[in-house]
Design a protein around this ligand. Sequence first.
Ligand code: GLU
Length: 361
Amino acid sequence: MDVTRRGFVATLAAFAFPAVALAQAHALEPVPARARVKILATGGTIAGAQSRPGDVAYKSAAYDVGVLIKAVPGLGELAEVSGEQIASIGSQDMNDAVWIKLGRRVNQVLGSPEIDAVVITHGTDTMEETGYFLNLVTRSDKPVVLVGSMRPATATSADGPMNLYNAVAVASDPAARGRGVLVVLNDRIHFARETTKTNTTALDTFSSPNRGLAGLVLFGKARWFSRPAWKHTAGSAFAGVIPDVLPRVDIVYAYANVGPELVNAALAAGAKGIVLAGVGDGNATQAVIEALAAAAKKGIVVVRSSRTNSGAVARNVEVDDDKLGFVAAQELNPQKARVLLQLALLKSKDPKAVQALFDQY
Ligand code: GLU
């Protein structure tokens, strides 16, 4: 039999007897080792329980990480999974102390050659803030994926188990490396920097209005669309910089007829920075702008962001940032601008230097 004919017979045999073809393939390629994924749990609805099935009311953070892992069929085949409880809170109670603990632990865990990726279970209310904080302070290119759910674990059609399965799959995917911190829910992969919660209860609450999705994940198979354009994780100037205390930064919300009182209250409370959740392109009443300008003169760093939920706030459009000494938040929404300002203030109180950071992160 000549070479061509032998090849044809082998091909035919492979089609006719897939098991033979599979065995041959296995003999040639070593079975890939499962990724070693550490799940750090913080609570949230994904760990929530109703007292009776069908109840609207539920309690966040009722189950610990071991229970969550056991509830996901096939998780152990995807990855070598271990769990650790960092906190047990609804994410409306997220605070600087938990961020500091979590950020340090993520860096410690990812610094180990025994771990390939981290998944963090988290409530969805402040997931975008925690995700962006970790995007700035994580000192590693290894994947970090935040995951939550909109329905508690006891609900009919609870979304937590599939979200956790997909999050572990994304974290185990070598293609997730170097993309910054990711958020996985409802079959979508978001960049933590881009995503925001946009609906109180819907399963597709997360959207990434400016730059779109990082990718999709369906039954554990990820499909990647893009890479982040901004500095993050191992390339971040904040990587590994996690002090014991973060500076106080408050957000002042703008609306029709708002006076200077909220700005003054933030100053009285000891704010070192103020983020304006401005109307439109980071605007506010003259009274608020004047109060902020007075604060900036005293060395408080003022960042103008927008309450509109998408778009960018650029410098000197309707407000003279150069003259008043303000910083423009670019694409960061107020809650994310607050996170960057907390870290930026550790480096500088000069609005020009802070603006340079907002232009890069
Ligand atoms: N308040 C809850 C939390 O953020 C609700 C949202 C959730 O987990 O999906 O923890």
